[in-house]
Design a protein around this ligand. Structure first.
Ligand code: AMP
Ligand code: GLY
Length: 414
């Protein structure tokens, strides 16, 4: 398992139910949870299956390099990874594949005037995205035209996101409930995992800046299987066909970020890997041998593995972040309260931005520090337990949203 965050912790924990897992490099929190970690380069590790967690290495061609050495890899090559590495490339492919998405245009640094003119004739809310990778923070959604104009200038000048922002995608703002559908793909076939909802904004009530994600829950009683089927039929399958037309053999997760609008589902983005923190609620619900499914996809034939099944129980994940996240997280604080959480049944702590000091204690080392996932017979029960656990954790400036899965509480899992 390649990666060092909460997503990788959740994937490794789920795969470890059926096989031996080594996390490369992992982090001290993952190691403290009893999973083996190694600081060796992935190329130097020998394993029957390599699962690549984060988008950066995939965009940089890690899956290609491992495959060139004869390794079995779950994760797309650099060609397919462009779906996330360039939002403009992704939007072109969506249009080619006939996938429903927001009206948009992309502009580079020489086209600022045209970008601003396009922005001015939209009716708002306005959406401005960096073309390149920005850890979920490169998207501005605002009702204020002035703010959108400032953001276009800051991105195109390189001041805001460096090279990742030198091209922007400007699009119409859509409204509706969001869901994340992750599909496991073997190059020509795809199978969906249980849908999840992520909370992208930093603060309660969906206010504050966009983040990598501050919490998640699954299942979505309001979505049901028909919406997932629609996303598979209208977005995932046609995208795989369009990729194949470009000779791209896509073996890995295709993550569709979807908004359920009054006019039906619209694809906001594709990611080329498991969602974080969606994985922290979907993988604990996955029954059966996870690694066998990922290996079958990596081999190019999903049919040889039993299709994923999910427990009826609900899962809620609350991310506890460092003070200052997402702009400039404060690090180095001792994390207190983990022992108390260990004693709660039905709770798993997934470690992300975590390091260890000389005294052996775990300390904060990133923006999103812990993902606290609780399982329960309903979203309400799982949510109550997740917040009980989060309340036991502390370090100076620790922050988490209080409204994860709040609107979904009381609805029965579907
Ligand atoms: P993305 O990284 O493209 O998924 O964007 C991050 C977040 O920005 C999404 O999860 C949405 O909450 C929001 N967003 C992106 N595109 C739009 C859009 N066209 N309309 C409204 N909100 C959007
Ligand atoms: N949680 C959103 C993402 O993984 O991109």
């Amino acid at each position: 398992m390649i990666g060092a965050g909460g997503r990788e912790h959740a994937l490794a924990a789920a795969m470890a139910r059926d096989c031996d897992v080594v996390v490369c490099p992992g982090n001290p929190g993952i190691e403290a949870a009893g999973l083996a970690c190694t600081v060796q380069a992935p190329e130097a590790v020998s394993a029957d299956l390599f699962v690549v967690g984060p988008e950066g290495p995939l965009v940089d061609g890690l899956a290609d390099r491992l495959r060139a050495c004869g390794r079995l890899v779950f994760g797309p090559g650099a060609d397919g990874a462009q779906l996330e590495g360039s939002k403009a490339w992704m939007k072109d492919l969506l249009v080619e594949a006939g996938v429903p998405t927001a009206a948009h245009r992309s502009f580079d640094a020489t086209e600022e005037e045209a970008a601003l003119a396009y922005l001015r004739q939209l009716s708002g809310p306005y959406v401005v995205k960096t073309d390149g990778l920005a850890a979920g923070k490169g998207v501005l959604v605002t009702a204020a035209l002035d703010e959108a104009i400032e953001d276009v200038r800051a991105k195109l000048s390189g001041a805001a996101f460096g090279a990742a922002g030198l091209r922007v995608v400007i699009e119409e703002g859509l409204t509706g409930e969001e869901l994340s559908v992750m599909a496991v793909c073997d190059g020509s076939r795809a199978v969906p995992l249980a849908a999840a909802q992520d909370f992208k904004r930093a603060c309660d009530g969906d206010t504050g800046p966009n983040t990598g994600g501050m919490g998640a829950y699954s299942p979505l009683a309001w979505a049901g299987t028909s919406l997932v089927d629609q996303v598979m039929d209208q977005a995932v399958e046609p995208t795989l066909v369009a990729l194949a037309k470009r000779d791209i053999d896509y073996r890995g997760v295709l993550y569709a970020g979807v908004m359920q609008t009054a006019a039906g589902p619209r694809i906001l983005e594709f990611n080329i890997r498991f969602g974080d923190p969606e994985t922290q609620v979907v993988l604990p619900r996955w029954e059966g041998d996870v690694a066998a499914v990922l290996a079958a996809a990596a081999e190019g034939d999903l049919r040889v593995a039993a299709p994923p099944r999910f427990r009826a129980e609900a899962a809620v994940c609350v991310v506890v972040a460092a003070e200052g996240y997402p702009a400039s997280p404060r690090t180095g604080d001792v994390i207190e309260g983990l022992d108390g959480v260990d004693e709660l049944e039905g709770v798993e702590v997934f470690c992300a931005g975590v390091a260890q000091a000389g005294d052996g204690r775990l300390r904060t080392a990133g923006g999103r520090v812990l993902g606290i996932t609780a399982l329960g017979p309903s979203v309400t029960a799982a949510r109550d337990l997740a917040y009980q656990a989060a309340g036991l954790i502390s370090w100076p400036g620790a922050q988490y949203r209080r409204d994860i899965a709040e609107r979904a509480s009381g609805r029965l899992p579907g």
